[in-house]
Design a protein around this ligand. Structure first.
Ligand code: MG
Length: 258
């Protein structure tokens, strides 16, 4: 099931997307929130009539770095033996179609297409065989990075945590085996990144075992799983799109911070 969060006439709701053709999709409005047992209301609205919002409002976004060997090497980094994580704050999250604001303190903004895992239930110390039970679904993410700041500053809070640096969407796909999906990114229609989720060094299961060993994960929390090779610069005016097989396409435009 594809679950979107959206606004219509000033109200915010979740809905299940029905239909196949892009211009004929409708949302069946969900009663309540989708993390518990929920019911579909039967009230349907065309997707074209709503504004899609970030599909979840995470308490935290935990992002893993250097999880595709070729990407680690393209930036001159060693491939780590164990997963390593950093945070992107909840205030960095934007939705599909929202603007990425080029920060004033950077001159080298990069895109990073990533598979995002959405957590469905409160959990801690999740054993490998229970990981599937805590995953709500998957969406697309772009781990927007001020690469020059990342190189300059020891901690990445500013480089990867500034406002608008975490586009998520367009919706959450709940029925998906994410083990071997094509992940690609285009800038102004030209392909920059192409990989498969099977190229991850540490699998989704590894990452959730690793992070839940340290902290409680909450419903709606998001785990970013690393980016394949091909990262590169974004400029003001660019349109950047992340497409993951079986999920959809997340598109955002880069603007100057006003
Ligand atoms: Mg990344």
């Amino acid at each position: 099931m594809r679950i979107a969060r959206f606004s219509i006439d000033g109200n915010v709701a979740f809905g299940a997307i029905e239909g196949e053709k892009q211009d004929e999709l409708v949302l069946d409005i969900i009663k309540g929130i989708p993390f518990a047992d929920f019911e579909l209301s039967g009230t349907k609205v065309p997707l074209s009539k709503v504004r899609l919002l970030p599909p979840v409002l995470p308490n935290k976004v935990v992002a893993f770095g250097r999880n595709y060997g070729e990407h680690a090497r393209e930036l001159g980094n060693e491939v780590p033996d164990t997963p390593f994580a950093f945070f992107k704050p909840s205030t960095s999250v934007i939705g599909p179609g929202d603007e990425i604001q080029y920060p004033s303190f950077s001159e080298e903004l990069h895109h990073e297409a990533e598979l995002a895992v959405v957590i469905g239930r409160m959990c801690r110390e999740v054993p490998r065989e229970r990981v599937k039970d805590v995953i709500f679904g998957y969406t697309c993410a772009n781990d927007i990075t001020a690469r020059d700041v990342q190189k300059r500053e020891k901690q990445w809070a500013r480089a990867k945590g500034f406002d608008t640096s975490c586009p998520l969407g367009p919706w959450v796909e709940t029925d998906l085996d994410a083990g071997d999906l094509t992940i690609q990114l285009t800038v102004n229609g030209r392909q920059r990144q192409l990989g498969r989720t099977s190229e991850m060094i540490h699998s989704v299961e590894d990452l959730i075992v690793n992070i839940s060993e340290a902290m409680t994960l909450l419903p709606g929390d998001v785990i970013l799983t690393g980016t394949p090779a091909g990262v590169g610069p974004l400029n003001v005016g660019d349109e950047v799109a992340v497409t993951i097989e079986g999920i959809g396409t997340l598109t955002n435009k880069v603007v100057k911070r006003g």
